[in-house]
Design a protein around this ligand. Structure first.
Ligand code: ADP
Ligand code: MG
Length: 485
């Protein structure tokens, strides 16, 4: 059978660590990177006699997410115990939400490869506590347990099985990542496990409307691994189905070193967990005013901001999307445009070109950029008013990166002002043409469409002679009139 005969169906469960200072049900700190087991208190350990208390900040963050996703916020939701045994779960149960989650429904829009937009529905988002961690590399032939993470607040966002390829799944994950960062409810740090996802994957014959048997690949902690793991899993299932074998419903683990998934355990059914309402916690009641206050305080969301960039700054869809894709980047861009007299296109080009490249080279985020938006604007203004050429601009940029100097100071000290004195440029043009009689002859004997390319040679020579300070347009004009005389 051929590829086209199977349709892929994917649903994601995305776990987002909320950026509260303390845990979901205790006052223990949530900061990442502490010595093992110094941030787990009696409540996180479930010692006898302790009682959990809900962290109101975490509830607000879950509501924020729900409102931003256009979901329904439950006025009344319930915490439930999910019972299972695992070494990193000292209580023997995880406090989660089951029948009555705080957020239901809603959806997000993703952009497909062809530019079309697709809505991905959300089933729910519930509040739950994270488990601890098993540490396998600290001791010889033994595993350690670090319970610092136990009790850290999470929202688990569950999508409908609306995704049809690994790329769509990653686009969805990215979109949720952008959203939670905009909302400021999570640092989204994937290396530290603050944002990870489980991918449910099944295949079905194209045209079928019933769902096939799925597997769930757990704990994917990068966009790339998610894409690779899903692709691998699609391939594995296809091979089985094509020889008439059944898929086993199970939980699998992705191994990035081998780029394969392997079985972890057979899939539990919900009734294996013996969910029941946690008797230590009251149902969570939210009054409409609280919800409305949170709604009023929502920041401008990524889609709205992207739309505004398109409309107000005249950027292309791709540029708008990229710049609006992270809140800090979007803020930086808008600050630069404001300081550069509205020069949006130039600002976008410099930010997505030179600036992003330099940040990537130095492994920095926009928040650590050594050139702030006002200084970049200083450079953009000098390019716009033609004090310097774009080429000299790159030199100024590099010098700004290495120092605290303003563009103007660098332009003066390095003598980078563009030569606009026509006489001076005309002299350089004449010298260059005189020094290259063969090329000049060739130019004169060529048809117009070839001349465009040949003139580039002369422009390059003159620019070199001027040390990048001549206005390329002026050079072009002068060369043309001289060569075509
Ligand atoms: P559980 O919580 O037991 O894993 P759910 O039915 O709540 O199961 O679904 C969890 C996730 O699996 C959701 O994202 C859902 O869209 C997805 N899902 C459910 N059935 C399938 C299927 N047959 N193929 C792909 N994804 C599925
Ligand atoms: Mg699940």
């Amino acid at each position: 059978m051929r590829q086209g005969q199977w349709e892929t169906v994917i649903g994601l469960e995305i776990h987002v660590q909320l950026a509260t200072r303390s845990k979901l049900f205790s006052g223990a700190p949530t900061a990442f990177g502490a010595e093992p087991n110094v941030q787990a208190c009696a409540i996180d350990l479930g010692l006898p006699g302790v009682l959990p208390t809900i962290n109101g900040e975490a509830v607000k963050m879950a509501v924020k997410f729900g409102l931003a996703a256009g979901a329904t916020i439950a006025r009344h939701s319930v915490f439930a115990r999910k019972n299972y045994f695992y070494p990193d779960l000292p209580k023997g149960y995880q406090i989660s939400q089951y029948e009555l989650p705080i957020v239901s429904g809603g959806g997000i829009e993703i952009e497909l490869d062809d530019g079309a937009r697709k809505r991905i529905n959300l089933i729910r988002a519930h509040l739950e506590e994270d488990a601890g961690k098993s540490v396998h590399d600290a001791f010889q032939a033994m595993s350690g347990i670090d319970l610092n993470r136990a009790g850290t607040p999470l929202i688990e966002i569950v999508t409908a099985p609306d995704l049809r390829s690994a790329r769509e799944a990653v686009a969805c994950m990215r979109k949720v990542h952008t959203l939670i960062r905009y909302l400021g409810i999570s640092d989204g740090n994937m290396q530290e496990g603050s944002f990870r996802c489980d991918a449910n994957v099944s295949l079905r014959p194209a045209g079928s409307t019933t769902l096939g048997t799925r597997t769930e690949t757990k704990n994917l902690n990068s966009f790339r691994f998610t894409e690779l793991a899903i692709e691998h899993e699609i391939e594995r299932q296809r091979e089985l189905l094509e020889v008439g074998q059944a898929i086993t419903q199970e939980t699998r683990l992705y191994d990035p070193e081998r780029n394969e998934t392997r079985p972890m355990r057979s899939k539990e059914e919900a009734n294996d967990y013996r969910y029941f309402p946690d008797p230590d916690l009251l149902p969570l009641e939210l009054d409409p005013e609280t919800i409305e206050t949170i709604r009023r305080d929502l920041p401008e969301l990524p889609d709205a901001r992207c739309g505004r960039f398109l409309r107000d700054y005249g950027l292309s869809p791709a540029d708008s999307q990229q710049l609006a894709g992270a809140r800090e980047l979007a803020d930086y861009f808008e600050a630069a445009v404001a300081a550069a007299s509205g020069e949006a296109k130039l600002a976008a080009n410099w930010i997505m070109g030179e600036l992003t490249a330099a940040l990537n080279r130095n492994n920095l985020g926009i928040g650590q950029c050594p050139i702030d938006a006002a200084r970049l604007a200083g450079l953009i203004l000098r390019i716009r008013d033609r004090t310097i050429t774009g080429k000299a601009g790159k030199e100024v940029f590099d010098a700004m990166w290495e120092s605290d100097l303003e563009a103007d100071a660098i332009i003066e000290s390095r003598g980078l002002r563009q030569v606009t004195d026509t006489g001076e440029i005309a002299a350089m043009v004449a010298e260059t043409v005189a020094a290259n009689p063969a090329q000049a002859e060739q130019y004169r004997n060529s048809p117009a469409e070839k001349r465009v390319k040949l003139i580039g040679y002369f422009v390059g020579q003159v620019m070199k002679k001027s040390r990048g300070k001549a206005d390329p347009q002026q050079v072009n004009d002068l060369l043309r009139s001289l060569l075509e005389k």
